[in-house]
Design a binder for this molecule. Sequence first.
Ligand code: GLY
Length: 396
Amino acid sequence: MTTRLGSIAFFLFSFFSLQAQQSDSSLIVKIRNNMQLAVEQYKLLDANVPEGRMPQNFSEQSGKLVTSNTKWWCAGFFPGTLWYIFEYTKDPAIRALAEKRLKLMEPEKHFKSNHDLGFMMYCSFGNAYRITGDPSYKATIDTSAMSLATRFRPGIQSIQSWDSSKNFSCAVIVDNMMNLELLTWVSNNGGDQLFRDIAVTHANTTIERQFRPNNSAYHVLDYSLAQNKLLRKTTWQGAHDTSAWARGQAWALYGFTMMYRLTRDTRYLDQANKIAAFVLNHGHLPKDGIPFWDFDAKEIPNTFRDASAAAILASALIELSAYVSGSLTSSYLLSAETMLNTLSSETYLAKQGTNGGFLLKHSVGALPLNGEVDVALTYADYYFVEAMLRYLARKG
Ligand code: GLY
């Protein structure tokens, strides 16, 4: 009897292992195809964007490609994605494009007008330095950290995201977690300890003030700098002040996972696990893994999905899966696989020669502001490519 049960258990184990391996290998094949597509699409995108500009978005509906200058918060994603594609393909033509577009970003190392320097300079120069080891790239990263650190406000223990405007006095947004990688990396790599201290302080303040009891993040905290006082918890890109804007949750998950990698402080790991539980157990997360633009959008299911949120979540979950064990590891990997499989489907992935040269369709920038709704966006592509390369690395 024991032997028979043992054989059945062995059969079931082998059957499910085989199924898991088959689904792994079919995703790996898709990823390899997607990366070949990325080479062709990004050459096309480069050809479509005038010298001196960066791609910003593409609308399938209007057929219009929008470009930006290098001060737009997303300007670093195009060179960053080119570096990732080069890392995978070793295609010298892609490297030449990456170097050409990277050069445009260099003067922004002195940019101090908002918190987005991490996105702009680390996703671009961080990858360039990691892949090439060119010391001039490291010097640019170091200067960028100095610029970003000028936005730290000790009175509120936070980095100020946006300057004062008619909408906000001193806004600190959850997206800001992403910019901590630039600061922490520089301290960890021979730079001033101060940058890491600022990043850690900001991350701790975020845990203390930016989350609701259900572990979803508010988008914006607005402070009075004159009184060092929190005025309100609100939103800018979400459905309403108490809603869970999808990309905000993705930034938070990625940000705390990354801060755990860079500091090994288990508070950040705990926070990342809590955010993952909020997102993955949410009744409004569709089975195909692509979130609606806001988990609390009242029009669900008749509203837009946000491919960018899925790409960021997938990348973060693949990393986080390596820091946990047992069923959490498999559940994070399975969720990331679902997201990557759906993003690799015809609905989301562009056909070669279409979509202006972008890879992914159907992202949402800022729906309440009627900005960049249901378009291709540079950061959706960046985190999609990153997630795919992380997945390949994870699967050896
Ligand atoms: N950081 C701005 C956004 O996610 O739209």
